[in-house]
Write a protein that binds this ligand. Structure first.
Ligand SMILES: Nc1ncnc2c1ncn2[C@@H]1O[C@H](COP(=O)(O)OP(=O)(O)OP(=O)(O)O)[C@@H](O)[C@H]1O
Ligand SMILES: [Mg+2]
Length: 291
């Protein structure tokens, strides 16, 4: 099904290129994508669709939703537990890329064995109960332990709250489609593959903290935040890989996980870029901003 092409080599493990857009360029692009002001997040939407639970959700302008054909073009990243593929969605009027995250075997993921992540999961009661009652796809997925559905739902919630996460497009069996971060030459590098200047590093770290606050304000802790799960594109950070996110209020380990996320990020920036922040102070800031 997936054609192994030169693109695979091209996209996978490629180092960051040196293109650094000017601040004005970034602002122009951001304005085009998100509206005139970052505070206006979530991005402007042209329409709303209704999902299987009957929940309305916004659809961004750039997404082709009618008369399209999706084609897998190559691999962005392949791993033991799953892969992410580059997909082209084409319609008579144009095309754009998407990313397809496919869990090979969801049960192999470490967090499935880790009760810490599952305790008090937010939608266990309300959403799951409703979903099961309606024999919905989401309920079926929860019962079957299909965690890509869980990741998709969390992404949808976080995106709607203005967190910088890829827009979740559609669930497809053991995989789901989301906004692709990157361009036709390369996928966005992970933070771990990106070498910023000191001032860029400071801005990236501030953005990460802002996103942690938005995530916490929405009642979640990422739970696996690291330089591997942050993408950087045109000076903007994108938080990815959220299936293990835990409920801030009801998970007994949420504070521990939040502190660990902040410790990871702070020690990475201190070690790699000499940007020093106190993780305990950041913890206090996140908590007071989020509640
Ligand atoms: N929306 C996206 N756009 C571009 N690249 C992406 C996107 N989502 C994921 N990737 C790429 O795929 C990789 C794996 O994605 P993710 O971290 O969500 O999955 P994972 O199951 O944790 O895999 P891994 O164990 O390899 O990190 C990311 O590190 C990133 O390079
Ligand atoms: Mg990851």
């Amino acid at each position: 099904m997936v054609r192994a092409t030169r693109r695979q080599i091209f996209f996978e493990d490629r180092e960051d290129s040196q293109h650094r857009p000017s601040l004005q360029e970034i602002e122009n692009r951001r304005a085009l994508r998100d509206g005139p002001d970052e505070n206006d997040l979530p991005p402007a939407s042209s329409s709303r669709l209704v999902d299987v639970l009957g929940t309305e959700y916004p659809v961004p302008d750039w997404l082709i939703t009618e008369e399209y054909r999706d084609e897998v073009l190559g691999t962005i990243k392949s791993g033991k537990e799953g892969s992410v593929f580059l997909v082209e969605r084409a319609s008579p009027s144009g095309s754009h890329f998407l990313a397809l995250k496919d869990y090979k075997d969801p049960n192999t993921r470490a967090f499935h064995r880790d009760q810490m992540y599952r305790d008090g999961r937010k939608f266990r009661e309300s959403r799951e109960t409703r979903a099961v009652a309606r024999k919905s796809e989401f309920g079926r997925q929860l019962r079957a332990g299909q965690w890509q559905g869980v990741e998709f739902e969390i992404l949808r919630t976080l995106w709607a709250a203005g967190v910088s996460v890829p827009y979740p497009v559609e669930e497809l069996g053991s995989s789901f489609l989301m906004q692709y971060i990157g361009d036709e030459t390369r996928a966005a590098p992970r933070l771990v593959d990106f070498r910023p200047t000191i001032s860029q590093a400071e801005s990236l770290l501030d953005q990460i903290f802002d996103n942690v606050i938005l995530i916490a304000a929405e009642g979640y802790v990422h739970g696996d935040l690291s330089a591997y799960n942050v993408l950087v594109w045109e000076e903007r950070v994108w938080i990815i890989d959220v299936p293990q996110a835990v409920d801030l209020a009801s998970n007994p380990h949420s504070m521990e996980l939040l502190q660990r996320d902040l410790d990871n990020v702070c020690s990475y920036f201190a070690r790699k870029f000499g940007v020093n922040r106190d993780p305990s102070e950041e913890m206090a800031r996140v908590i007071s901003a989020a509640v």
